[in-house]
Design a protein around this ligand. Sequence first.
Ligand code: NAP
Ligand code: HSE
Length: 434
Amino acid sequence: MSASSPAPITVALLGGGTVGSQVARLLVDNAADLAARVGAPLQLIGVAVRDASRARDGVPAHLVTDDAASLTARGADIVVEVMGGIEPARSLILSAMAAGSSVVTANKALLAADGGTLYRAAADNGVDLYFEASVAGAIPLLRPLRESLAGDRVEKVLGIVNGTTNFILTKMESEGADYSVALAEAQALGYAEADPTADVGGHDAAAKAAILAELAFHTRVTADDVSCEGITGVTAADVEAARDMGFVIKLLAVAERTLDDSGVIVRVHPAMVPNDHPLASVRNAFNAVFVEAESAGAMMFYGRGAGGAPTASAVLGDLVAVARNRISGGRGPGESTYAGLHVRSIDEARTRYYVNLDVADRPGVLAAIAQAFADNGVSIQVVRQDGHGDDAGLIVRTHLATEGSLRRTVDNLRMLDAVKNVVGVMRVEGEAGP
Ligand code: NAP
Ligand code: HSE
């Protein structure tokens, strides 16, 4: 190879599905621009899939193989893992690193389950581990946290990080769509995970919340540390009640410091967000994440959170960064968990609540209900009664309260004769004030 034509940076692609096929397409379509930006051509040497007999748009047929282990063992400069799941993805990544390959992955499930092992292997083998595409699709978010905000102190991360559930909730809210029809559409558009229960059960968002929290707070956080509730319990009646009160329901990921600053709480759950909050207008498969930092103040990152091409954009960004590191002989940042904060229970989280009660409409009922809130130190912000007689419904919105005190309040309400049913309880996020 002459001095004027640098050696190519070789790339092995594990996975040729929704994301992988778009990565392969971009590597081919944008080859000249990528070579100019990197300073050397990016040469795709193989694409591993399960079924090598199937034709795939954007993937050169002669590069497709069903032997992922052999492709990994070829010692490419960079291995891109977009097959998903824990195994064989983890073993393949570890053997790639042992063979001297840097790794780019979009696999949030693996990073949140066992990221520490991957980071250690990267350090031991002197290679890079980049994973921008693992959270919030196309949105540049992890690099800002890992690098741009490395000199600041992050206080809170709050956002919508799952495109599938945001798509479903948007369809339910704006078109009255049926939950399962909206989910099928999200799957057809390539937003959902191979097993969509990871999306609707909140586990995909929980994995992303763990990754965000680890980077934001320099503390090891795994998916098991995240309190997780999905959208399967959200009903059309909840959506309508929220709309009547000027709110929309969003699946939120929240990572924040505890009041005494000694720990962090990481949670994923549906929440009511006021219509005038910027997160309320994040629709369909878009994601948005607020980051509050001590010196920088509040920032919002917004864009396409799922889908083949948007996610491939983030993968390609990592590929260029890692390729540049290979050429310069440098490495990107490794794991940073020096702060070692305690990950605390959601019981300590403070938020506002909406409580929907089916009650008997007779004298003294409101006083008994208010007493149950007062007994547990939960301050009421708004009470609204609908209907009367046997059909009376009572909606209570609270000021800030801890999760534990609200849970005890609801337990007490369930024991009152006057309360026939606790119809719904939902957290309210994004309101200013106490
Ligand atoms: P996908 O469409 O299901 O594609 C997975 C690919 O991996 C397929 O080509 C599959 O082969 C191949 N594969 C799976 N297991 C394999 C094995 N054991 N050996 C060889 N090949 C195997 O998934 P995807 O949506 O592209 O997602 C890939 C990764 O990106 C996941 O970690 C996901 O969480 C992450 N991600 C996805 C999105 C998105 O919007 N889709 C966004 C961000 C991150 P076959 O085609 O032969 O089945
Ligand atoms: N299934 C994920 C989502 C893909 O819907 O957000 C993007 O990570």
